[in-house]
Design a protein around this ligand. Sequence first.
Ligand SMILES: [Zn+2]
Ligand SMILES: [Zn+2]
Length: 305
Amino acid sequence: MNTGPERDVRPEAVSATPGPLDRRTDPLSGVECVVVPARQGRPNLPDAGCPFCPGGLEAPDGPYSARCIPNRWPAMPDRRCEVVLYTDQHDLAFWQLGHGGALEVVELWARRTRELSRRGDVGYVLIFENRGPEVGATIAHPHGQIYAYPEIPPVPLAEIVDGVLEIPAVDHPNSVSTRGDWSAWIPEAPVWPYELLLAPAGAQRSLDDPGTDLDGLADLLVDVLARLDQFAQGAMPYMLWIHQLPADDRVSGGPPVHVHIAPYLRAPGTARYVAAAELGAGIYFDPVDPASAAGDLRSMAGSTP
Ligand SMILES: [Zn+2]
Ligand SMILES: [Zn+2]
């Protein structure tokens, strides 16, 4: 790279051009890894203002509503990585988008699912968000990401082959909230004490399924993410991902579209660390009874239905 003074070398003004997809499988564990040295140069924190704010690097044209842009530091080549900007407002939590703003995001997720799924080289669309520096989000501006994988990755594939997704009744002790067709609950064996699953009552395969209640999902996300912040007494760091079934007939069966939310705290101000025995054994230890965690979240105000 030319680093002469005539060039703009602010780290956030450059981007990575990844080489061919370098997929490897560990012969001992069977774990898959993609090696992407080009990402090592990505900036941890932008030093020239927020790139997602109106007028910033990624939004030079000014104010905007929810939109998708290519990821400047893609983990995979061939336009497989996108950034979803939820809003042009820097300081909003997802739940502060309200119903209308959240619905814009959910509809954008559905549209990109449809458009990416049509590509012959895309076998699986994963929508996700890392919220907070504790889980590696380098930019505070509300945003998520989309990865379009060549094939169904191991985690959703295992759910499709062997997984059972049962929505508890609204009066079940693990149930947290419902909106429209959608329910949210704490799973019976969570890795993260305040982990949530969100799913619709029907068998909709993806967000793009015409039968999927996107209004209900938008409302429920606003509600449960408000509850998590209320519980954390501040911004709850979390990881969120959406599992969907591929658009075509390559798989039959499998769970309906659903959302996983993995909150990073096990109490206000207290992190939940995944520890050596858990990684070493593959058995997790949950310090909060799931029914008790659900009760904690139910006791929060949430959002008004
Ligand atoms: Zn911003
Ligand atoms: Zn899942």
